[in-house]
Design a protein around this ligand. Structure first.
Ligand code: T5A
Length: 228
């Protein structure tokens, strides 16, 4: 009789938080750390991750959906997520590849739901529809003062030689971003088994080490040194 391969389950990890807190930076660093341990992983993002979802991303972030209101935007984010889950997240997890996503469903709950005023019933229904059971195994919530995060975003624009124009959500007022921060913390408090909050005000290397401690503590297959 053929024996099934003794493969460990692939893990699904998401990063969440406000604008410019360092999610993309830490997603890249986590991918490198997993690669050093010979763990196959893909990096993805929301909104986006697949061609159809990237098209929805451009539409929303250019501000073209703003006049439709937060409810319609929540539906658009969910449509993008449905494709992302079906075409990228589920197939990769099924073949044993870890998936690390820069934002996922908590962003819709925080931005459109708790901060944008869309009711819980709609947010819950959209989440059930788009996730189809693909709840993250771990969510790292990066937390920092939004005023400091904006300074980083400004600095990045200067370094990249770009003008800071502010996309659909970056241009909201500071007190809106303060509420957003509180709302991410509330989501984490309501999901203590899945979410871990880390201060993003520390330097990149220290934060990377703190994230690795959480990830390797959570998943026992990582508790060996890097492959030489
Ligand atoms: N949205 C998204 C919704 O409203 N609903 C949803 O359902 C979803 C999925 C996405 C927008 O869409 C909204 C949320 C967003 O407004 P985006 O461009 O992906 O837009 O926006 P962000 O996710 O905010 O991405 P950013 O690139 O702006 O921020 P990151 O990824 O958090 O930050 P990062 O890593 O690019 O770092 C920013 C700068 O800081 C430096 C970096 O070098 C960079 O210059 N940096 C640090 N500096 C000092 N110390 C550290 N620890 C640092 N870490 C990074």
């Amino acid at each position: 009789m053929l024996e099934a391969p003794n493969r460990r389950p692939a893990r699904f990890i998401t990063f969440e938080g406000g604008e410019g807190v360092g999610k993309s930076t830490q997603v890249r660093r986590l991918l490198n750390n997993l690669g050093d341990r010979d763990i196959e992983a893909v990096r993805t993002r929301e909104p986006g991750g697949t061609p159809k979802a990237e098209a929805i991303r451009s539409f929303i972030l250019q501000g073209r959906s703003e006049e439709w209101g937060a409810g319609a935007e929540a539906v658009l984010f969910a449509a993008a997520r449905l494709d992302h889950v079906n075409q990228l997240i589920a197939p990769n997890l099924a073949k044993g590849t870890w998936v690390i996503s820069d934002r996922f469903c908590d962003s819709t709950r925080a931005y459109q739901g708790l901060t944008g005023g869309v009711n819980d019933g709609l947010i819950d229904a959209l989440e059930n529809l788009a996730l189809d059971g693909h709840v993250p195994d771990l969510t790292i919530v990066l937390d920092m003062d939004p005023a400091l995060a904006f300074k980083r975003v400004e600095q990045r624009a200067v370094e990249d030689g770009l003008q800071l124009t502010g996309d659909r959500f970056e241009k909201e007022e500071l007190d809106w971003h303060q509420r957003l921060r509180e709302n991410f913390l509330d989501i984490a408090a309501n999901n203590p088994d899945r979410c871990v909050v880390l201060s993003a005000e520390q330097g990149e290397e220290k934060l990377e080490a703190a994230i690795w401690e959480v990830v390797s503590g959570r998943f026992p297959e990582l508790q060996t040194g890097p492959v030489q």
